[in-house]
Design a protein around this ligand. Structure first.
Ligand SMILES: *[C@@H]1O[C@H](CO)[C@@H](O)[C@H](O)[C@H]1NC(C)=O
Ligand SMILES: *[C@@H]1O[C@H](CO)[C@@H](O)[C@H](O)[C@H]1NC(C)=O
Ligand SMILES: *[C@@H]1O[C@H](CO)[C@@H](O)[C@H](O)[C@H]1NC(C)=O
Length: 154
């Protein structure tokens, strides 16, 4: 013992580094939602001009994120960004926000297609996408969900 070669020290170090990375990456409460929100931000506001309050260091459920409201279990429930001049697109990552009940993105300049994945949001009841530049239609999954979706047009 104690006489390990520098090479094995190097190996051990790499291993520890890898381990600490893996441990660090383990999802902590809310971090998946934070990542999804950041993906959504990059797509909606690619130049980071309008959603500057959405940051990786922020706490979406403590009111740090403009337009984001959470439910009592700490999951994102509403995203209200109507009429903010957003000109990007909607990232499919939005569908990872499982607790989403309302997505209000009307009166913007959003283009691209409505991600099909949105159809998997079982609690989504209010989807406002009208007055944008979106193509495609509301995912079929939504109308089959039995909720009163969709007060939405594009
Ligand atoms: C989300 O929006 C709906 C409709 O405006 C509202 O009834 C509900 O209380 C909101 N939820 C939260 C957590 O803000
Ligand atoms: C919806 O969720 C199911 C089950 O998690 C998955 O297999 C499917 O690919 C999802 N659909 C979309 C469009 O994301
Ligand atoms: C709407 O989107 C199309 C292509 O998706 C683009 O050519 C057009 O310039 C856009 N219109 C506006 C007003 O942004």
């Amino acid at each position: 013992m104690g006489s390990a070669s520098p090479r094995s020290h190097g190996l051990l170090f790499s291993l520890l580094l890898l381990l600490s990375f893996v441990v660090h990456q383990r999802p902590v409460r809310g971090s998946d939602e934070l990542r999804a929100l950041m993906e959504l931000k990059v797509s909606l506001d690619p130049e980071n001009r309008l959603l500057t309050s959405w940051t990786r260091e922020g706490e979406p459920c403590r009111g740090d994120f403009e337009g984001v409201a959470c439910d009592e279990s700490g999951k994102v429930a509403n995203i209200s960004l109507q009429g903010r001049g957003l000109s990007g697109s909607i990232a499919p990552a939005v569908a990872e926000l499982e607790g989403l009940t309302g997505l209000y993105l009307h009166f913007n300049k959003i283009s691209g297609v409505i991600p099909r994945e949105i159809g998997n949001l079982s609690r989504l009841s209010d989807l406002y996408l009208n007055v944008n530049n979106l193509s495609g239609s509301i995912p079929e999954e939504m109308s089959s969900g039995g909720n009163h979706c969709c007060r939405s047009k594009n």
